[in-house]
Design a protein around this ligand. Structure first.
Ligand SMILES: *[C@@H]1O[C@H](CO)[C@@H](O)[C@H](O)[C@H]1NC(C)=O
Ligand SMILES: *[C@@H]1O[C@H](CO)[C@@H](O)[C@H](O)[C@H]1NC(C)=O
Ligand SMILES: *[C@@H]1O[C@H](CO)[C@@H](O)[C@H](O)[C@H]1NC(C)=O
Ligand SMILES: *[C@@H]1O[C@H](CO)[C@@H](O)[C@H](O)[C@H]1NC(C)=O
Length: 289
């Protein structure tokens, strides 16, 4: 053997019949190939090094770079797995220990809660994939991607999987994108089986003026396809986009943040690729690279 062969299957740019646009970027969360795990611990202009992860962990302990994977919009950029374990207990302050959750999420460095990523018309892109070595426990509810308002009172859009608390979940092995969780009833914008072994690609167009959300989706290297029209959904309140696992505990009553029960021995993760946000105020939406 002439040395170690490392194959990365890229989704090449599609020249034919598919809108392959270059829209203006609001932020780019695609991980440059020169990043190592330790890069996540210091200011790096891609992800916030300080949040959100366990009080006694560092972000470099949480992330696993997947240099032999590539998602639809990765272009010499590297998918990154976000992991949780028993130590993934976030403490926003010394007296607020979120014992009911196990969580680790990447935040975009420029997305401070009041920046332009939550104004105008923007399209959020991300791809995500299971890791067969770190399966989730579908008895629990997980938030995998969400926008949390700047006053922390709601999630205007949230991608979940597992058994959703307080509602019937016919098949917990499903990706379900919900609208604003403070609406009654909460609107299911889109759902699809969380098939293993393939990247699930999402684009979500958020109109912060008209208060609508439109969902695009595809798998693997296929171009995104619109799954909905622009649906009424209250995306007001600005805030921050989270990419990672927020695992909710069971039997937490009216304080799941602190009282939810979590079993020991957690070793779980989800792989993220192609995170970016583009300006869609002129109608520009990238459907493929
Ligand atoms: C991908 O890379 C990771 C980390 O180097 C390795 O553990 C894994 O076996 C690789 N997977 C494949 C399919 O080559
Ligand atoms: C972090 O470590 C300290 C010292 O061991 C411990 O007292 C504390 O409970 C830990 N915090 C969490 C959230 O596990
Ligand atoms: C958030 O970012 C915007 C855009 O860069 C900036 O104008 C604003 O001052 C920042 N806010 C805070 C609290 O840092
Ligand atoms: C999954 O979660 C349930 C509820 O917390 C727990 O009883 C069960 O042991 C977990 N399964 C695994 C494989 O960890």
């Amino acid at each position: 053997m002439a040395g170690r062969l490392s194959l990365v299957f890229l989704c090449s740019a599609l020249p034919l019949l598919v809108a392959s646009q270059q829209c203006d970027l609001q932020f780019d969360g695609r991980v440059p190939s020169n990043f190592v795990a330790a890069t996540f611990d210091k200011a790096n202009n891609v992800f916030n090094p300080d949040n959100v992860f366990g009080q006694n962990l560092t972000l470099s302990q949480v992330v696993q770079l997947q240099s032999n994977l590539s998602s639809l919009f990765d272009d010499r950029t590297v998918p990154v797995e976000v992991t949780i374990n028993d130590e993934s207990i976030f403490a926003p302050s010394a007296t607020n220990i979120q014992n009911g959750f196990r969580r680790a999420e990447l935040l975009i460095a420029s997305n401070n809660g009041t920046d332009a990523s939550t104004t105008g018309v923007k399209t959020l892109h991300f791809s995500l994939k299971k890791d067969s070595n770190r399966p989730l426990n579908l008895t629990h509810e997980y938030q995998l991607v969400f926008l949390e308002s700047s006053d922390f009172s709601t999630n205007q859009v949230v991608l979940k999987t597992g058994t959703i608390l307080g509602q019937n979940t016919p098949d917990p092995d499903t990706l379900q994108l919900f609208g604003n969780v403070n609406s009654n009833p909460v609107q299911t914008l889109f759902s699809t089986p969380f098939t293993a072994g393939v990247f699930h690609n999402f684009a979500v167009t958020l109109d912060f003026g008209s208060l609508t959300t439109q969902v695009f989706y595809s798998q693997g290297c296929q171009a995104l396809v619109a799954q909905t029209d622009a649906l009424a959904n209250d995306v007001s309140g600005q805030g921050q986009f989270h990419f990672g696992l927020l695992k909710k505990g069971l039997n937490g009553g009216d304080d799941i943040v602190h009282n939810g029960e979590q079993e020991a021995g957690i070793n779980e993760g989800i792989i993220y690729g192609g995170i970016f946000e583009e300006d869609s105020s002129t109608g520009c939406i990238s459907l493929s690279r």
